[in-house]
Design a protein around this ligand. Structure first.
Ligand SMILES: Nc1ncnc2c1ncn2[C@@H]1O[C@H](COP(=O)(O)OP(=O)(O)OP(=O)(O)O)[C@@H](O)[C@H]1O
Length: 361
């Protein structure tokens, strides 16, 4: 649906030229919800402006639905721009027009006959759940409702692509969830391709099928959202993912665990203890823990956990204290490896001098 091929964009600055996009290659399929995420200064706004043709890239091609947009004259660019519906962070509504009037505006500009505009706007307001507020002005509705107007307006000309530029950044978490759910719903009902530009991993987690990570003007990682969350490769991705799913044990918690383990070992000689970090990407964490303890006769207690639902799949980190004989613990570890789990030993008592190691299932 959208192909970005080797996009380069350089700005002139007082200190010389700055390369904001350094060869972006991306393929976004028809009907998917695709996230482009990156930290501040990564080049997200520049990329948005190139995709909707407000900025011309210095090099490279933008192809939407088979049509190469780079190299077109201004009149053709304006026509092509209608194929992309834009949703903005600050809504960009006209205060002197009603909700209905704001959604009607792009249809008026496109020269749609007056008698067609009314029914079309009503359908759009119905789609975003705002029919009852049609005569209100922007100052009389909430931020979430304003964004619904923004989404209806973006869909007015029946675009192939809905391009959302930080559409939920100005909204509280609950409103963000409802707006993302609405975008997902519209994507399913209409099949419109949705491209979300965001700095929030939470947005990607909730609705994106695939994601590309932008850093310093380049795509550093891309893939299915689930895969990127489960095993982020680039350090920028890891930092953003860990803000949503990962957790670490503090030194205080580790010290308290050591004390607890030593007391248990003194009371029950022959019983060893481990602390495991289990990274899940799918599967049922509760079932995993109970299966391991019942099948192998070990004692398992949860120390700390952060597990998030990524479109129906559990992804996250559990820290568990495992106690048993060394043989039963080894058997349980082998069994854990057979599941969708990455297991890392954080603490090994009594210490054997063996370094902590990673075992990928
Ligand atoms: N018109 C311009 N002239 C010069 N440099 C620019 C211009 N616009 C952007 N830049 C620079 O290009 C880089 C990318 O900027 P861009 O606004 O695309 O990043 P961003 O990922 O959207 O950042 P943020 O999330 O903070 O808005 C930045 O270093 C920025 O300073």
């Amino acid at each position: 649906m959208i192909s970005l091929r080797s996009l380069h964009k350089t700005y002139a600055t007082p200190h010389g030229r700055y390369e904001a996009l350094r060869g972006i290659d991306l393929q976004i399929e028809r009907g998917e919800v695709f996230g482009i995420i990156g930290p501040s200064g990564a080049g997200k706004s520049t990329l948005v402006k190139c995709i909707n043709l407000l900025e011309r890239p210095d090099e490279g091609d933008i192809v939407i639905g088979g049509q190469t947009l780079t190299g077109l004259d201004e009149a053709s660019v304006r026509a092509q721009r209608r194929r992309i519906g834009m949703v903005f962070q600050h809504f960009n509504l006209l205060n002197r027009r009603t909700v209905h009037g704001n959604v009607a505006l792009p249809l008026e500009i496109a020269g749609v006959p007056r008698q067609e505009i009314g029914p079309r706007v009503e359908r759009l307001l119905d789609l975003v759940g705002l029919s009852h507020l049609r005569d209100r002005y922007p100052s009389q509705i909430s931020g979430g409702q304003k964004q619904r107007v923004g989404i209806a307006r973006a869909l007015a000309n029946d675009p192939d692509v809905l391009l959302s530029d930080e559409a939920t950044s100005a909204l509280d978490p609950e409103t963000t969830r409802t707006i993302l759910a609405l975008l997902r719903d519209i994507n399913r009902k209409t099949g419109v391709t949705v491209v979300l530009i965001t700095h929030q991993m939470e947005v990607v987690r909730q609705i994106c099928d695939r994601v590309a990570v932008l850093d310093k003007g380049a795509i550093v990682e891309q893939g299915r959202t689930l895969d990127v969350f489960a095993a982020p490769k680039h350090e920028v991705t890891r930092a953003m993912v860990s803000a949503v799913t990962a957790s670490d044990l503090t030194e205080e918690t580790l010290a308290a665990l050591r004390t607890r383990i030593e007391a248990a070992a003194a009371a029950q000689p022959g019983i060893a203890a481990r602390v495991w970090r289990l990274s899940l990407a799918g599967g049922d964490s509760g079932a995993l823990l109970s299966d391991l303890s019942t099948a192998h006769g070990i004692s398992l207690s949860l120390v700390q956990a952060r597990v998030e639902d990524i479109q129906g799949i559990a992804v996250g980190t559990l820290f568990v204290l495992v106690q048993g004989t060394p043989a039963t613990i080894e058997a349980a570890r082998d069994a854990a490896q057979a599941r969708h789990v990455t297991l890392e030993e954080v603490l090994h008592e009594p210490a054997t001098g063996r370094p902590a190691h990673h075992l990928a299932a």
